[in-house]
Ligand binder design. Structure first.
Ligand code: CDP
Length: 207
């Protein structure tokens, strides 16, 4: 079993913030795998060109392009479209496994949609973070507005509903929670309450 904590869930569930805090709490490395898909969407190349990209070119985008340019609603939509492609998913899975391998046995937190189902099915701990769609839309609206985007609540709600549908219904690696996950619903919890619940679950698995 790998020293990997797999965190999956839909957009706006709070999984990114939790994953980052958990990695720092346990002294693990962290990879936001959604950012890899967003980087590919940002590069906006053809499928063939994307398949020929070196991992370094994708990590260069993550390192050099400001978060505010990668975390726009438009890039999120495009990433979700790209993420349906089987060959691109295989490439991304390989990049994530190679990255983990390079950590030399160091603990590792990854968040995304298929970490516990496809990328690291033998992860030490799998958390599925979710929340009601309306709450997620409210949270995402705040994030996007902070980012300077002019967008309405209804637009965000529709985009998230659309992305949820695409991510859960695609043929390859759909977002799904099975019995190997611990489900954490953040709808009516503070960030700190959700964080403590995750810490408790992970600590049980580390015994
Ligand atoms: O932050 P947010 O949850 O909005 O999205 P993200 O994690 O940045 O991911 C953007 C899109 O990439 C998602 O809607 C998925 O379609 C795709 N993705 C994926 O398919 N598999 C992953 N491991 C991560 C992201």
């Amino acid at each position: 079993m790998k020293r990997v904590i797999a965190i999956d869930g839909p957009a706006g569930s709070g999984k990114g913030t939790l994953a980052r805090k958990l990695a720092s709490h346990f002294g693990f490395m962290y990879l936001d795998t959604g950012k890899l898909y967003r980087a590919v969407a940002y590069l906006n190349k053809s499928i063939n060109e994307t398949l020929n990209l070196a991992a370094r070119e994708i990590f260069d985008v993550i390192t050099n392009i400001p978060d505010s340019d990668l975390r726009t609603a438009e890039i999120g939509q495009r990433a979700s479209e790209i993420a349906k492609n089987t060959e691109i998913r295989s490439k991304m899975t390989k990049i994530q496994r190679d990255f983990a391998e390079l950590q030399n046995g160091h603990g590792f937190v990854l968040d995304g949609r298929d970490i516990g189902t496809v990328v690291f099915p033998d992860a030490m701990c799998k958390l599925f973070i979710t929340a009601d769609l309306k709450i997620r839309a409210e949270r995402r609206l705040q994030d996007l507005r902070k980012n300077g985007e002019k967008i309405t609540y209804d637009e965000v709600l529709n985009q998230l509903a659309n992305r949820d549908y695409q991510d859960t219904h695609r043929e390859i690696a759909p977002l799904r929670c099975d019995e190997t996950y611990t489900l954490i619903d953040t709808t009516s919890k503070t960030e700190e309450e959700s964080f403590q619940e995750c810490v408790t679950e992970i600590s049980k698995k580390m015994l």
